[in-house]
Design a protein. Sequence first.
Length: 345
Amino acid sequence: MINEKSFDKLVQGKQVGLYTIESATGLKAQITNYGAKIVTLFVPQADGTLVDVVLGFSTLDEWLAQEVYFNGINGRVAGRISYAQAEIDGQLYHFTQNSGEHTLHGGTHGFNDKVWDVQEVTANSISLHYLSPDGEEGFPGNMHVVVRYVVEGNDLNIYYDANTDQPTIINLTNHAYFNLKGEGQGDIHDHSLQVLADEYIPYDEKTLPMGCVLPVEGTPMDMRQLTPIADRIDDAFFASGLGIDNGWALPGWNEACDNPPLRLAAILKGGQLTMETWTTFPCMQVYSGNYVEHHTGKSGTEYFPQCAICLEAELFPDAVHHPLFPNAIIRPHQKWQHQTTYRFI
């Protein structure tokens, strides 16, 4: 466990802290309101020992100096907005360019780089609130976002709730970097992955979606059965050319529904653990840590590319530019709610 005093600091004029939540089975998470990040996630293994399965750093100063999207909430819009602009109700908006010509994960200072307000803390949950003001990173409207982390049994549940006073774009996700053997315990080539999807979202050479959905059958995207990651991770098919960084269209993605069901989307196996990802989101973006830099992590071990994997449940990437994709615009008086659950077995 990380010393809570190492996170006791004023940032952006707000108090930052570290909060521990624990379930009756011993699943334990430490959450900071800087970026609404998961700092540690200790999971009981079959032999009774606990293993911390997410990357990260031991002190707030390290997080501030090495902001790398580890385990935080990405927003207002996770993923890329092509050419850093979009039209909403006939008005063209320009956003911050922080990935070449494009906007990535909400801009230069997205939700992962903001101090959130702590609303409530219980023994097994924490609720965090952030008000994104009108014009932040170019996005219209004042957007209120509440993210609630709840540990129950061997589940880590993430609940998202947002509203706005102007039409705007939204796509929130948690960008947790998992290694089920434990953070700092080598690469994830010996993990296996199953994505329960018959279709995927093809990307172009710029890692931008092409606006259509294709069957996984006969492609390296077909992971409908548990597949060793080592068998796929270096395949030239994948968008980045450096590993997996691709999106799957989950079953029911094209069915209009105000309250989408929670459904099993992916299964990851590694070490002694199996992790199921359940979600109400229509897309599973899988990223194999291809650009992880050589930072020293919590265990004192150096991180490196492909030492962890992200299973990012979210809306379709760049959806505002593609009419076929599920809607990513939120309007006043509209509730925007989703859930993702990481279940450990």
